[in-house]
Design a protein around this ligand. Structure first.
Ligand code: NOJ
Length: 870
C-alpha cells in the first residue's frame, strides 16, 4: 500500500487546480453593471489591535514584530508546503525569538490522523444536545487534546455549511440548520477550546454549502454562492459573528466564491465584514490550497496561506513565501499590510498564552510509524522520531459519552415501548449495530460506511481510539439479545410474540476528495434515504415482529416514510453521529438509565420535494456554477412554515420518557429598546504602528550556508535587490478597482468583537417554570422562537429560534425556573440601506413562543401584552 501521505498528495494534485494569476486577476472580473452578483471592493485591510481585551496580546506582538526581519515576518504568514511537517499545515518559524512552526491541524471533533486521542461526537450531535455546558465541556476536551499533541490551531468549529442543502456533504460537522443553534454551539466550543491555550479556527467563511465543485478544476471554476446582504447578515454570518464575539483566534475562508469573488481574496468579506464590521482581531487563513492570488489576497485582508503551496502543490511554489517578500520589497504590498498580518498571528498566539510552555507537535499525521521522514513531501528528507504516541485522552470519554447520550433524539415511542428492560427478548439487525468487519479505522478519514456510523468522512474526522459498538453495549446489559449483524434480513429468524426487534440503519456523507458508494461527499446517489437498503431491513423486521425499535445514525435529515407508520414500528431514535462511545451512550437511553433529551437540529420532511428547488445540489460540466440563494432566509423550518408544509418531525422535536409542563410565564423588559437602531458605536482604539519604510533587500536574502529542504517553502529570494530596484523605478502596479490606502470610516454596525456591543444588550427576558409531570426523571429543552412585527417592513420568517436552555435532570414532580434572554439583535433585522440592525421601538409587536419544538409552543408572550400558556 502506498504511504498515506503519498496517496493524499496525489489526490491533492488531481483535485484542485487553482485559477488566477499571482496578482489576483479575478478581481477584475467583477461586474456591477447588471443584476449579476457582485462583491464590492473594500480597502484597505483594517488593522487589528484596537480592542482592550486584546491590548496586552497586541502589545507583546507589537514589540516582537518591531524586531523581526522581512523574511521572519513572511515565514509566519506562509505554510511550509503540504506534507512538509507533521500537521495538516504549518507556518515557518522564527527561532531567534523562540517562535516555532505554528501547527494547524484538524478536526472539529478530535485530533485527526493520530493515536491516543478521543473521537468526540460530531457537531450535529452536539447541536442535538441543546446543552450549552456540554458544548463547552467538549470544547475544553478538544482544546486539551490539541494542546497535548502540540497543535497550535485546531481547525474548527465548523459553522459553514449551515445545512442550506440537505444533501450537502459536510452539514454534520456543524451544529444544525439554524444560525442561533450554530452560533451558540460555535461560541461555547471556541470558549472551551481556547480556555486550554489552543487557538480555534471557525470555518468555512462562507457559503460552502455543497461539496461538488467547491474548488476549481481544469474545466470548472469553484461555484459562486450568490447571497444578498440581508440573508448574509441574518443567516450565514450570524454564527461567525458569535464566534468572533467569543474571541476566536482565527477564521478559515471557504473554497468557493461569494458573489463572484473568491472567498480567499474577497475584500468585502474579509476587510469589510469580518475585520471592520465584526471587529475580528485574530488572523484569517485560506482553506487548504484555496489560495489563488498573491497580492490580491494580501490586499483583501488574508493573513495566512495554508498549507502554503501555489497553483500546483508540492513543487515548493507559493503565491506568498518568497513572492510575498518580493511584493513587499518592490512596493506592491504595503509593509504596513505585512506588519498587520504578522501582528494578528502573533497576537492570537500570545493571547492564548502559547509563548508559555506550549508543546511542540509530538505526532505525525503522515504515518503511524515511530520514525519517518520529517518532510514527507520533500521525497528526500531527513528522518527522525515523528510519533511519540502521547496519550491525551484523560477522562474525555466521559464527556464524549454524555454528549452522545444527551443528543439521542426520540422521535416516537408508542405504548411506551422504551425504555427496554434487561430481560426483554431482543433481536438486533443491521450492520450499523456492529464493528467494521475490516477493523477499526480501516479506511482513511472514514471514507467508507462499514459498521456503526460514528462520524461522516473527510478532514472533519479523527481516528477512533476504541469503539464501543451498540452490539458490545447491548450484549453487556441484556441477557437475552440475539444479533444479526447483517443488512439482509435473515429469513430463518423466528419471532416470538414478546420479542422486540431493534433495527439499526444509517446515512453517511463527507468531504469531496473521497467518494463513498458513489457519493462524492454530498449525498448525490443515496439522497436522503438510508444506506445499505436500510428501509428494506426495517420493513422486513416489521413484517415479522410486532414490536420494532429503529435506531438511526445519520449525518442529517433522512426520509422515514417507507416504514414510519407501520404498526409494529413503535419507537424511533436518532442517535446522530456519536463517536467512540456509540454503544454506551445508546444503551444509557435504551435501557432507561437516562431519559432521551436530544432534539432535532433540523427538520425531517415527508419527502425531499418539500424543500425549495433552489437548495438542490448543482452540477455543471464547464464554467462556474452560479448558486443563487433565492430562497433567502427560508431555510429548513423557516421554509416549511412559510409554505405551510407539514414536516414529518419539526425542528426541535424530541420526546422524553417523561412529560413536562410549562407554567407561570413572565416577560420582563431588561434594557428598553428606546431607538430603532442601536446607540452609536464607540470609536476605534489605536492600533500598533510601525515604520512604513521598505526593509533592505538583504532581509530576504538566503542565509549563508543554509541547508535547504527540497520543495520546502522559504521566504527567501535569490536576487532580492532586483525587487528593490522595481520599487525605485517608475513601474506601477495595476491595483484592483476601488483600491485605496485611506482607512474606511468605521462601520456603524461595528464597535467590538461581533459588532456593536449594544446588539447584545438583553432587551427582554422570559421566565417559565418547567415541571416534570411524568413518572421518570428527565431534562426539558425550552426553546424560544420570535416572530417579528410587520412594522419592520420586511418579509420575515414567522418563527426564528433565538434562545434555548436545558433543565437539569428533573425528578417526577420537580420544577425548575428557566430564564431565556433575548437581545436587541434577536429582535432586529438587517437594514441594507442604513447598514445597521433595526429593531421595533420598545419591541412593539414582537411575539415570543416557548416550547418543545418549533411547532409545539407551550407559552406565548407579546411584548407589551404579557404571556399566556397554550
Ligand atoms: C480542507 C477542508 O475543507 C478544511 O475543513 C480542513 O480544515 C482542511 N482541508 C485541512 O485539512
Amino acid at each position: 500500500m502506498a504511504p498515506r501521505w503519498l496517496s493524499l498528495a496525489l489526490l491533492a494534485v488531481a483535485a484542485p487546480s487553482t485559477l488566477g494569476s499571482p496578482t489576483g486577476g479575478r478581481l477584475d472580473t467583477r461586474d456591477d453593471s447588471g443584476n449579476e452578483a457582485f462583491s464590492p471592493p473594500y480597502y484597505p485591510a483594517p488593522h487589528g489591535g484596537w480592542l482592550s481585551n486584546w491590548a496586552e496580546a497586541y502589545e507583546k506582538a507589537h514589540h516582537l514584530v518591531s524586531n523581526l526581519t522581512l523574511a521572519e515576518k513572511v515565514n509566519l504568514t506562509t505554510g511550509t508546503g503540504i506534507f512538509m511537517g507533521p500537521c495538516a499545515g504549518q507556518t515557518g518559524s522564527v527561532p531567534r525569538f523562540g517562535i516555532p512552526n505554528i501547527c494547524l491541524h484538524d478536526s472539529p471533533l478530535g485530533v485527526r490522523n493520530t493515536d491516543h486521542n478521543t473521537a468526540f461526537p460530531a457537531g450535529i450531535t452536539v447541536g442535538a444536545t441543546f446543552d450549552k455546558e456540554l458544548m463547552y465541556e467538549r470544547g475544553v476536551g478538544l482544546g486539551e487534546e490539541a494542546r497535548g499533541k502540540g497543535v497550535n490551531v485546531l481547525l474548527g468549529p465548523s459553522v459553514g455549511p449551515m445545512g442550506r442543502k440537505p444533501r450537502g456533504g459536510r452539514n454534520w460537522e456543524g451544529f444544525g440548520f439554524d444560525p442561533v443553534l450554530q452560533g451558540i454551539g460555535a461560541a461555547q466550543t471556541i470558549k472551551g477550546m481556547q480556555s486550554t491555550g489552543a487557538i480555534a479556527s471557525i470555518k468555512h467563511f462562507v457559503g460552502n454549502e455543497q461539496e461538488m465543485h467547491r474548488m476549481s478544476s481544469v474545466v470548472t471554476q469553484g461555484y459562486s454562492s450568490n447571497i444578498n446582504d440581508r440573508t448574509l447578515h441574518e443567516f450565514y454570518l450570524w454564527p461567525f459573528a458569535e464566534g468572533v464575539r467569543a474571541e476566536v483566534g482565527s477564521v478559515m475562508m471557504a473554497y468557493n466564491d461569494v458573489n463572484r469573488s473568491a472567498c480567499s481574496q474577497n475584500s468585502k468579506l474579509i476587510n469589510g465584514i469580518l475585520k471592520d464590521e465584526l471587529g475580528f482581531q485574530g488572523f484569517v487563513l485560506t482553506d487548504w490550497l484555496a489560495h489563488i492570488g498573491g497580492v490580491s489576497s494580501a490586499l483583501a485582508g488574508l493573513d495566512m496561506s495554508m498549507p502554503g503551496d501555489g497553483a500546483i502543490p508540492l513543487f515548493g511554489d507559493s503565491y506568498w513565501g518568497p513572492e510575498l517578500s518580493r511584493s513587499v520589497l518592490n512596493g506592491t504590498v504595503p509593509v504596513d499590510r505585512l506588519n498587520d498580518m504578522v501582528t494578528r498571528i502573533l497576537a492570537a498566539w500570545f493571547k492564548m498564552g502559547q509563548d508559555q510552555d506550549y508543546p511542540l507537535p509530538n505526532f505525525s499525521s503522515n504515518t503511524d510509524d515511530e520514525e519517518g521522514p520529517l518532510y514527507p513531501g520533500a521525497l528526500i528528507s531527513p528522518s527522525g522520531v515523528v510519533n511519540q504516541y502521547v496519550n491525551v485522552q484523560a477522562d474525555h470519554n466521559v464527556t464524549a459519552r454524555a454528549v452522545a447520550r444527551d443528543a439521542i433524539t426520540l422521535l416516537k415511542n408508542e405504548g411506551d415501548l422504551l425504555p427496554l428492560r434487561r430481560n426483554d427478548s431482543l433481536k438486533i439487525f443491521g450492520t450499523d449495530a456492529g464493528p467494521d468487519p475490516q477493523g477499526l479505522n480501516s479506511c482513511a478519514d472514514k471514507g467508507c460506511n462499514r459498521g456503526v456510523l460514528t462520524m461522516g468522512w473527510g478532514s472533519g474526522t479523527s481516528k477512533l481510539p476504541y469503539l464501543i459498538t451498540p452490539q458490545d453495549a447491548i450484549a453487556n446489559i441484556s441477557s437475552k439479545a440475539e444479533f444479526h449483524i447483517t443488512d439482509s434480513f435473515p429469513s430463518s429468524v423466528e419471532a416470538g410474540s414478546e420479542d422486540i426487534a431493534i433495527v439499526f440503519i444509517n446515512s453517511d456523507s463527507g468531504e469531496n476528495y473521497i467518494t463513498v458508494d458513489g457519493n462524492p461527499g454530498d449525498r448525490t446517489v443515496s439522497g436522503l434515504h438510508a444506506w445499505h437498503n436500510g428501509d428494506e431491513l426495517v420493513k422486513a423486521a416489521a413484517e415479522k415482529f410486532s414490536q420494532v425499535v429503529v435506531v438511526i445514525h445519520t449525518v442529517g435529515p433522512i426520509i422515514l416514510e417507507e416504514w414510519i407508520d407501520l404498526d409494529p414500528v413503535k419507537a424511533v431514535l436518532i442517535a446522530h453521529l456519536p463517536g467512540q462511545e456509540a454503544g454506551n451512550s445508546l444503551t444509557d437511553v435504551l435501557f432507561g438509565a437516562y431519559s432521551p433529551s436530544g432534539h432535532l437540529p433540523y427538520t425531517i420532511p415527508y419527502q425531499e420535494s418539500n424543500y425549495p428547488e433552489s437548495v438542490d445540489l448543482i452540477q455543471q460540466p464547464f464554467g462556474q456554477i452560479q448558486d443563487d440563494y433565492t430562497e433567502g432566509l427560508y431555510i429548513d423550518y423557516r421554509h416549511f412554515l412559510k409554505e405551510d408544509i407539514r414536516p414529518r418531525y419539526p425542528f426541535g422535536h424530541g420526546l422524553s420518557y417523561t412529560t413536562f409542563e410549562y407554567s407561570e410565564p413572565a416577560l420582563s423588559v431588561i434594557t428598553p429598546l428606546d431607538t430603532e437602531y442601536p446607540p452609536s458605536r464607540p470609536d476605534k482604539g489605536s492600533t500598533p504602528t510601525y515604520p512604513d519604510t521598505i526593509p533592505p533587500a538583504s532581509e530576504a536574502a538566503w542565509p549563508k550556508n543554509f541547508d535547504r529542504i527540497w520543495r520546502y517553502i522559504y521566504p527567501y529570494l535569490d536576487n532580492p535587490e532586483s525587487a528593490t530596484a522595481v520599487a525605485n523605478s517608475s513601474e506601477t502596479y495595476p491595483y484592483p478597482d476601488g483600491y485605496t490606502t485611506d482607512p474606511q470610516p468605521a462601520p456603524r454596525a461595528g464597535g467590538a468583537e461581533g459588532g456593536n456591543t449594544a446588539l447584545w444588550d438583553v432587551a427582554f427576558s422570559v421566565q417559565i417554570t418547567v415541571t416534570n409531570t411524568g413518572r421518570r426523571p428527565g431534562r426539558a429543552v425550552p426553546q424560544l422562537y420570535v416572530e417579528l412585527p410587520d412594522s419592520l417592513g420586511l418579509d420575515t420568517p414567522s418563527r426564528q429560534l433565538r434562545q434555548f436552555e436545558k433543565t437539569k435532570t428533573l425528578k417526577p414532580g420537580e420544577s425548575e425556573v428557566v430564564t431565556l434572554d433575548i437581545t436587541r439583535k434577536d429582535v432586529s433585522v438587517w437594514d441594507v440601506v442604513v447598514q445597521d440592525w433595526k429593531a421595533p421601538v420598545a419591541g412593539e409587536g414582537v411575539k415570543i413562543y416557548v416550547g418543545e419544538s418549533v411547532l409545539d409552543s407551550r407559552v406565548e408572550c407579546e411584548v407589551g401584552g404579557g404571556c399566556s400558556t397554550l
